[in-house]
Design a protein around this ligand. Structure first.
Ligand SMILES: Cc1ncc(COP(=O)(O)O)c(C=O)c1O
Length: 370
């Protein structure tokens, strides 16, 4: 597939910026980046991380670590400041303002629409099926990719990015392999399929990254923010064809990853943490199961999306009342009730055993309040 043919022509044509650390070795006498020769802070960590210097644009150790974890070649990894940055870069490189479109299936993660709107790209929404547990409407999705949705709207926008999320936020459902491959085939020659796997570690499903060699139109987003317990580090990985990665690097800031963040990301994914991660994943599964059993006893709950991630979505008569009630007990849950198809819905994240006990006590009291 001709990846360059679907990217913004001005990005393909431009001569990329070449930074000092991106182009030359970082040892020897460094007089090529207008830095200070030593840190002023007298702290061994500052010296160890050389915080007076610009960091490597794509630090080799971290790239090798994440390529190994995700089972892909290093040439297929772009380290990012979280998946949010990956979404932003993709939209800026592949969507021409006023001409191109992204497709999403709401309810879904809100940043796809934000990035597209900032870029001036049209958002084609393929609403999930209300009468069918909010499952994806695949026939409508395929029609949109193949161009019919844009034509119906009277304005022909070229679909360049299709955002899918597995497990989805906030419904928690997975995209099965046959459906994924059907959408990938529809994207061939036209668009990239961006599969956001922010929560994949919480479920038993296999990542789609093994399909990268077969489908150059596939982009997979992974993050350390969820199952790696490192949201503040702001580190993610965009897995894609090397051609896609090369184009994204043209618009990426020259030094996107702070040396402190890279150091923290290496710690967050080290051997002993991998063992501890199993404990977190088990605790989340148990916490979710326990919460679901509790919610099943709550007569005021109208609908539940158990999902496969570290949260549960539920519907009740008055979402705002529950959100305010919990806030009164110092517990913050997410109100989704203003979003299309989610009237009365709130999302509960799975926290520690003590946090879940406090949540259940608050929910119990909510049920007993009248
Ligand atoms: C589906 C999904 N993708 C991406 C993100 C953002 O990830 P990151 O912290 O890596 O930017 C979130 C955050 O909640 C999310 O729910």
């Amino acid at each position: 597939m001709d990846i360059r043919g679907i990217a913004r022509p001005e990005i393909v044509a431009m001569k990329p910026y070449v930074s000092a650390r991106g182009s030359a070795a970082a040892d020897g006498i460094l007089l090529n980046a207008n830095e200070a020769p030593q840190p002023l802070v007298d702290d061994p960590r500052w010296r160890r991380l050389a915080l007076n210097r610009y960091p490597a644009p794509q630090p080799a150790r971290l790239k090798a670590r994440l390529a190994g974890l995700y089972g892909v070649a290093e040439s297929n990894v772009l380290l990012t400041r979280g998946s949010d940055e990956g979404i932003d870069l993709l939209t800026r490189v592949f969507c021409r303002p006023g001409l191109d479109a992204v497709v999403e299936c709401t309810p879904c993660f809100g940043m796809y629409r934000i990035a597209a709107t900032i870029q001036g790209a049209q958002v084609i929404d393929i609403p999930r099926l209300a009468g069918d547990g909010l499952r994806i409407d695949y026939p409508a999705l395929l029609r949109a990719i193949e161009g019919q949705a844009g034509e119906q709207a009277g304005q022909r926008a070229e679909v360049r990015l299709v955002f899918l999320t597995s497990p989805n936020n906030p419904t928690g459902d997975l995209i099965k392999r046959p459906q994924l491959e059907r959408v990938l085939k529809a994207c061939e020659g036209r668009a990239l399929l961006v599969l956001d796997e922010a929560y994949i570690e919480f479920c038993c499903a296999e990542s789609a990254s093994s399909l990268l060699g077969q489908y150059p139109q596939l982009v997979v987003l992974r993050t350390l923010s969820k199952a790696w317990a490192a949201a503040a580090v702001r580190c993610g990985a965009l897995l894609a064809d090397a051609e896609v990665i090369g184009l994204l690097q043209r618009v990426m800031a020259p030094y996107p990853l702070a040396a402190t963040a890279v150091d923290a990301a290496l710690q967050a994914t080290s051997g002993d943490v991998i063992n501890r991660q199993q404990g977190l994943l088990e605790a989340v599964r148990e916490g979710r199961q326990d919460l679901l059993e509790f919610l099943a006893t709550c007569g005021w709950v109208r609908e539940i999306w158990a999902g496969e991630a570290n949260f549960v979505l539920l519907r009740l008569a008055d979402a705002a009342a529950l959100v305010n009630w919990c806030a009164g007990h110092g517990i913050h849950i997410r109100d989704f009730s203003s979003q299309p198809q989610l009237a009365g819905c709130v999302r509960l994240s799975i926290g520690s055993a003590a946090e879940m006990a406090a949540l259940k006590a608050s929910l119990r009291a909510y049920g007993e309040r009248t």
